[in-house]
Design a protein around this ligand. Structure first.
Ligand SMILES: Cc1cc2nc3c(=O)[nH]c(=O)nc-3n(C[C@H](O)[C@H](O)[C@H](O)COP(=O)(O)O)c2cc1C
Length: 137
C-alpha cells in the first residue's frame, strides 16, 4: 500500500549546505534502496518534505526523521493513500527556498508553513517543482 506523507519542520540551526548535503547523502542512498521518492524543500528556516512509498517503510523513516536533532517542531501536514507516485523519478529532489525566497515573499508575503493549509502548501510545492526548482535527485 502506497502513501504520501507531507510534514513541515523548523531547522534547529542555520541551514548550511553542509547540513543539507549530509541529509541528502543519507536520503539518496536509503530512499533508493527502499523505494522512497519525494521532495525536500529547505531554506528560510523551514523544511517541507513529501515522502512517498510503502506505508510501513514511510512510517519507519518518519519515526527516524522525527528524532533527528537537525530540526524541531516536526508537524505532519497530511498523509494519504495514493494510487500513483507524484515524484516517481526522484529518490529525493531538493528545492532550495533561499533561491526562491524573493518569489515566495512576493506571492505569499505572509508565507509561514505552520499557518498555511495543506492545500496551499501542496500547491506551492507543485509550483516550485513545475518552475524547475528541483536541483538534485
Ligand atoms: C529535514 C530532514 C529530511 C530527511 N529526509 C530523509 C530522507 O528522505 N531519507 C532518509 O533516509 N533520511 C532522511 N533524513 C535523515 C534521517 O532523519 C536520519 O538521520 C536517517 O534516517 C538516519 O537515521 P539514524 O540516524 O536513526 O540512523 C532527513 C533528515 C532531516 C532533518
Amino acid at each position: 500500500m502506497l502513501i504520501r506523507a507531507f510534514y513541515i519542520s523548523r531547522s534547529a540551526g542555520p541551514q548550511t549546505s553542509t547540513i543539507t548535503g549530509s541529509i541528502l547523502k543519507t536520503a539518496l542512498v536509503f530512499n533508493k534502496v527502499h523505494q522512497i521518492t519525494g521532495v525536500l524543500c529547505q531554506g528560510t528556516g523551514f523544511f517541507l518534505q513529501m515522502l512517498e512509498g510503502e506505508r510501513a517503510v514511510v512510517n519507519q523513516l518518519y519515526g527516524r526523521i522525527l528524532r533527528d536533532s537537525r530540526h524541531k517542531d516536526v508537524e505532519m501536514v497530511s498523509l494519504h493513500e495514493i494510487s500513483q507516485r507524484k515524484f516517481s523519478h526522484w529518490s529525493m529532489a531538493l528545492i532550495d527556498l533561499s533561491d526562491t525566497d524573493p518569489m515566495v515573499m512576493m506571492q505569499h508575503p505572509e508565507f509561514d508553513p505552520y499557518s498555511a493549509s495543506s492545500e496551499l502548501l501542496s500547491q506551492q510545492i507543485d509550483e516550485w517543482v513545475v518552475s524547475g526548482k528541483p536541483i538534485r535527485n
